[in-house]
Design a protein around this ligand. Sequence first.
Ligand SMILES: C[S@@+](CC[C@H](N)C(=O)[O-])C[C@H]1O[C@@H](n2cnc3c(N)ncnc32)[C@H](O)[C@@H]1O
Length: 284
Amino acid sequence: MTLRELKNTFLTELEKVYPIEEINQFFFMITEKEMGYSKAMTFLHLDESISMGESMMYHNCLNRLKKSEPIQYILGETEFCELSFEVDQHTLIPRPETEELVQWIDNSVTPPKSNLEVLDIGTGSGCIAITLASKWLSKNITAWDVSKGALTMAKRNAMNHGIAVTFEKVDILSNPKQEKQWDIIVSNPPYVRNSEKKHMFPNVLQFEPKSALFVTDEDPLLFYRHIAGFSHKHLNPAGWLFLEINEYLSDEVIKLLKKEGFKDCELRKDVFGKNRMIRCRKSE
Ligand SMILES: C[S@@+](CC[C@H](N)C(=O)[O-])C[C@H]1O[C@@H](n2cnc3c(N)ncnc32)[C@H](O)[C@@H]1O
């Protein structure tokens, strides 16, 4: 079988599930990861025969794509802020709007940044903590998650990039006791209400970790309440809190932050025009 035949098989078998451009993109991504060919190289090798093992690998990917599994889990990796991150079923796939949050954090502080003490609550793949540590050449970043599987992957990602982040298994809902004070606390906690599931794509619902995404409709701000309470005690006087939020709950989160004693609350939209992130300072 040639790569061209395989590409045609992808197009015919997946056309009911994905748009053609996306199917082509999947094919190129798989070929780059597994065969080492860039898109241009793939075109040059389209009439090359592939081995039985390679054909089986492509068919395995094809079957997983048919079941709507995200390409990032199939390849086992994704990009975030131009760094590569391994992902699996224990980690949320990092989103472009979270890249914007990281950019905002980076733009909010002036050099030297490597001395800043930073805490990332609910680190998942480690994307926020590792990107900041990489940008700032910092060894002062701590990252927490309650999920053992996520922490294993986050540690692997830090190791892959040769970066030192302190990873700890901490449940933010258990009122963790800490002596330490931080300059920046950031969190992208679970914030999708169960009632919003009906608007979500099957690939997110079936494959991404539910504990990373969902909160109850009765108490959608659960994580924000705990994070704000903890942060108010553990931020340095001029410290910043950065949060990714549910686009429909910005007013409620800001109200909660003010009630917890935060000031200078600033709301930002993401690239899709949705209310997506908040920055605020601890009152002195
Ligand atoms: C929306 S994901 C964010 C992951 C990553 N920071 C990102 O932006 O891609 C939320 C993360 O919070 C973690 N989490 C859920 N409940 C938690 C808790 N009680 N304490 C600490 N982390 C928690 C989940 O395991 C998940 O990794």
